[in-house]
Design a protein around this ligand. Structure first.
Ligand code: ZN
Length: 475
């Protein structure tokens, strides 16, 4: 999750940022070659093959000396094979592995909308262009490069590193992380999971301003409000009207604010951001951290959508359909309400709360699953309680950031969207979105056209993970 420019304008940095560091020339070359290879293998759900990319990376690792038995290809069908690569520690290590999850699939990229061929890595004006340059073939290439670089150096980690290159994070029915956890748990079982798909260095005009680390995320849930009515002729209106029932319910929802709540991650986020902000905003951040929190400060901060979303479960009307003819009383009215639920709550709890808030038995509230089915009960899934900011991860992270970007603040974040970390978290692995690639806050092009990444940003991202992988696997 990248901060918005409006927010960043209020941040003040005390320390100047050191020039970005590049890896040695052979590593730069290798990483560019792998990046190019990955971009040029189409891995979209429609016509691409994740398997082709997984096989290509397996061959790279095999050629670099990884034993075949530590490079497992596994998946549900011909196009959706995942690669799980294990970098072994010295025999006798009692530490559980660290798992790194990286998806290989990309969203569709219609050629007509692009200035370049999205499935070719094009270098132009200091940028790499291509589908997946930001999300997330950059990280796929960075991790594979660093596995090879460390291997060539003869580096032995103090615990196994497992790299899972996976299918269907974006769409498609065969999410690779979910599939592996269900069908091949022995391959991916670990103490901690790292997911470079979230988090990252925020920059402005190439200048890093903070390192965002995703440490938890909200749960997604769609609900349908609906009312039915026998209808009739519109020249003879009745008081009972399906459209009014649903719009009244939406008005009540509009005025309702879910309770304020912070957790370990969002507390740390506001604590850090308070030190980087000034004036009323900084005071308000400190005031909401007190017990009890200051309600006026909550109201003021809630005016910023991002802060509002961090402090509350949110539910908002996103779609509406009603009526069957201009001159008939409506026989139905339906509204879609999209919720982003704070960790610790289930969709069913939120559904029950919505029923209470709208307080109208004529309006039905149903949960809508990913396939669009309407159910009378939400699932019992919860976004798990955020893990503590573990010192065995945050210590090494602090060290690498201090070496490469002295003074750059680290901001723990709660992703208000969703990533594959939901699966590793649900499997009991604390999961952190850690990524050393810098993207300008006004140049986020993931899923968009002309997706691109600064070449220098990619290079320093390679160096960042090289140092970080070493730091987390050194005594
Ligand atoms: Zn992604």
């Amino acid at each position: 999750m990248r901060l918005k420019p409006a927010l960043l304008a209020t941040l003040v940095l005390a320390t100047s940022i050191q020039a970005q560091k590049k890896p040695d020339a052979p590593t730069v070359q290798l990483s560019h070659d792998i990046f190019k290879q990955l971009i040029e293998i189409n891995t979209t759900d429609s016509v691409g093959s994740v398997t082709a990319a997984a096989e290509a990376m397996r061959k790279r690792l095999l050629d670099a000396g990884f034993p075949a038995e530590d490079l497992v290809i596994a998946g549900p069908n011909d196009r959706k094979q995942n690669l799980v690569a294990r970098y072994r520690s010295a025999p006798g290590s009692t530490l559980k592995p660290i798992l790194i999850i990286c998806h290989l699939d990309v969203v569709e990229a219609p050629q007509a909308e692009w200035a370049t061929n999205p499935f070719q890595l094009v270098e132009k004006d200091g940028y790499f262009y291509g589908r997946g340059t930001q999300d997330m073939k950059d990280s796929d290439a960075i991790l594979v490069t660093n596995f090879i670089r460390l291997k060539r150096e003869g580096y032995v980690p103090n615990r196994d590193l497992i790299l899972a290159l996976t299918a269907d994070e974006e769409n498609g029915g065969f999410n690779g992380v979910e599939w592996l956890l269900k069908h091949r748990p022995e391959l991916v079982s670990a103490e901690v999971a790292l997911n470079p798909d979230s988090g990252g260095i925020d920059s402005e005009k190439g200048k890093p301003i903070d390192v965002a680390v995703e440490a938890t995320e909200k749960l997604y849930g769609d609900f349908q409000f609906s009312a039915k009515n026998p209808g009739g002729h519109s020249s003879l209106p009745t008081r009972d009207n399906a459209i009014y029932h649903v719009t009244d319910a939406l008005s009540r929802l509009e005025k309702y604010l879910f309770p304020f709540e912070l957790n370990a991650v969002t507390r740390a986020y506001f604590e850090k951001l308070a030190t980087l902000s000034t004036g009323q905003q900084a005071d308000d951040m400190r005031a909401i951290l007190k017990t009890p929190p200051d309600p006026e400060a909550i109201t003021r901060l809630s005016a910023t959508p991002r802060f509002n979303s961090i402090m509350h479960t949110t539910c908002v009307a996103t779609m509406l359909s009603a009526g069957q003819a201009p001159n008939a009383l409506p026989q139905f009215a339906n509204a879609n309400v999209n919720c982003r639920i704070l960790p610790g709550y289930t969709q069913e709890q939120i559904r029950q709360q919505l029923i209470k808030v709208i307080d109208d038995p004529a309006v039905t509230v149903q949960y809508k699953d990913n396939a669009g089915h309407l159910l009378d009960k939400g699932t019992d899934r919860v976004s798990p309680t955020p893990p503590p900011l573990r010192p065995d991860i945050f210590g090494p992270l602090n060290k690498v950031v201090a070496e490469m970007y002295p003074g750059l603040p680290i901001l723990p974040e709660m992703e208000t969207g969703a990533s594959d970390s939901v699966y590793t978290m649900a499997a009991g692995m604390p999961s952190y979105g850690i990524n050393g690639v810098a993207i300008d806050v006004d140049d986020v092009r993931a899923h968009g056209r002309d997706e691109r990444l600064r070449v220098s940003s990619f290079d320093s991202g390679v160096e960042f993970y090289y140092r970080f992988l070493k730091a987390v696997t050194t005594n």
